[in-house]
Structure formats: structure tokens, C-alpha cells
Design a protein around this ligand. Structure first.
Ligand code: F6R
Length: 257
């Protein structure tokens, strides 16, 4: 796992967008996350689009969707990604996929999403955030490392964390359809971003703690190509920062970010 520490959230976003842009320019498939963390990265990608980067040959897959929110609900992830990112760039019609949170047959919705990813040839780079409790996607603690897209119940902590986007805690859906850890593991490159002091504990556990289903983000330790980019605040509980900074400062030319 490559751990990169940058001073500010903006520098995290600039590096993340530069990495994503390489995939987009080659027409590769990208996986998108919602939530607060990737917003600055999306702004950087929008800027790159205005400077000439085209998304016309790229297919995108979101990590997850709330169950029971129609696509046009302002907190549905289908709407959120459009509102914050995809409306400003030139994805082809139908190229941005979200799990179907309105299909009452949730197993079918999961199977269809897996089939869509497979039909597109898989996800080449998956952008990830991390929950304060260590979830990636909405794979809450205890999720199987082999799991595929399926229904999950949100952890009460996740519902409290996400209540800021809704009017009240009661309005936060209880269920989601999320790519599984097995789905996420199949992506060619995992790019996890974390910023802010409130992510420091999760970052330390995912990078340096034991691999455990109780710490779903530790699945990155098993991946052949995982990059974790954090700001100083999110890095503040890591033990091996001297080493991560040394690696970064001495990155071979061909590996340079
Ligand atoms: C969002 C997602 C979640 C978030 C995580 C962090 O699609 O799958 O795993 O990445 O909850 O959220 P923020 O970035 O809002 O702290």
C-alpha cells in the first residue's frame, strides 16, 4: 500500500485528480464515491475537463445507493453525483451507473449491478472514502471480504455521520445497496482519500492495523495496487510517517505522481 501525505485537502485532491485523469484520458472505467471527501477532487476534475480532459469514452460506477430514495431525490447518490460532478463534464448518456435503490428485489439489483460492471470490463480505478468506523462503500464492520453488491443495513454511527446531509437522523435511510468488498477488491487500482482529524483513527487502523472484517477498509492491505492519500490531520495517528514521507521524497522517476 502506498501512503502519501499532503499538507492540505486541496493538495490531496490535486494529486487524486491527476491520478484519476490518467485513467480517464485512456478511456478506462472509473469508480466514484460520494460523501464530502471526494468533492474537491471532483472540482479538480471539472477544472481539468475545462482544460480539455474528456470523459466521453469513460464509464463510471458509483459505490452505493440508498434504498428507497428515488433517483431525483436530492440526497440519492444518483442525484448527488450528477449535482456535484457529472453534469459538469462530458460523460456519454447512460455512462454513469448507480445501484438501483428502488428495486424492491434487492438481490436482483445487486446481481444486475455486478453484471453491468462485468459487461463494461471491470473497474480500472476505484475512488474511495472511509467512514469513521472503517467502512468503505457501505460495507460496515463485519462485512465479508468476498461480498458482492448487496443490501446492507447502515451502522447507527454511519447514520449519525450522514444526518448532516438530511433534515434529521430519522430521515437517513436505514438500508443501502453497496458494492461489496469483493467487488471493490476486483478494481485494478484502489485510491482511498481521507482528510481531517476525525478520520485519523480510521486511517491508522486501515493502514497499520490488523486486516479484519471488523475494519473493512483494511481490505486495501490485501490489494495489489492501493494508494492512500491523506492530509496531515488524517495522518496524525499513523506511526510510520517518517517512512511514508521518505518513500514519497525518493519516488523513482517512473513512479512519480
Ligand atoms: C460514499 C461511501 C462512503 C463514504 C464514507 C466517507 O459513496 O461509500 O464509504 O466514502 O462514508 O464519507 P465522507 O467523505 O462524507 O466522510
Amino acid at each position: 500500500m502506498d501512503v502519501v501525505i499532503r499538507q492540505t485537502p486541496k493538495e490531496v485532491a490535486q494529486l487524486a485528480a491527476a491520478i484519476m485523469a490518467r485513467y480517464v484520458s485512456e478511456g478506462k472505467n472509473i469508480g466514484l464515491a460520494t460523501g464530502s471527501t471526494p468533492l474537491l477532487t471532483y472540482q479538480e476534475l471539472i477544472t481539468k475537463h475545462r482544460e480539455g480532459l474528456s470523459f466521453a469514452n469513460t464509464t463510471a460506477f458509483l459505490l452505493d445507493e440508498y434504498v428507497g430514495l428515488p433517483e431525483d431525490h436530492e440526497q440519492s447518490y444518483h442525484y448527488t453525483i450528477y449535482n456535484e460532478f457529472t453534469q459538469y463534464v462530458d460523460f456519454a448518456d447512460g455512462a454513469v451507473h448507480t445501484p438501483d435503490g428502488m428495486n424492491p428485489r434487492t438481490e436482483e439489483a445487486g446481481r444486475e449491478y455486478e453484471a453491468a460492471i462485468e459487461a463494461a470490463g471491470g473497474i480500472d480505478i476505484q475512488l474511495l472514502g472511509v467512514g469513521t468506523n472503517g467502512h468503505v462503500g457501505f460495507n460496515e464492520p463485519g462485512s465479508s471480504f468476498e461480498s458482492l453488491t448487496r443490501l446492507k443495513t447502515l451502522h447507527p454511527q454511519t447514520r449519525r455521520d450522514n444526518a448532516r446531509f438530511f433534515g434529521s437522523l430519522e430521515d437517513v435511510p436505514i438500508h443501502v445497496i453497496t458494492q461489496g468488498l469483493g467487488t471493490i477488491r476486483r478494481a485494478g487500482h484502489l485510491l482511498l482519500l481521507a482528510t481531517g482529524e476525525n478520520k485519523a483513527d480510521a486511517v491508522a487502523r486501515l493502514v497499520e492495523g490488523p486486516v479484519s472484517a471488523m475494519m473493512p477498509a483494511s481490505v486495501l492491505q490485501l490489494h495489489r495496487h492501493a494508494t492512500v492519500i491523506v492530509d496531515e490531520a488524517a495522518a496524525s495517528q499513523l506511526q510510520e510517517t517518517e517512512f511514508y514521507r521518505f518513500v514519497d521524497a525518493n519516488r523513482p522517476e517512473w513512479q512519480a505522481y
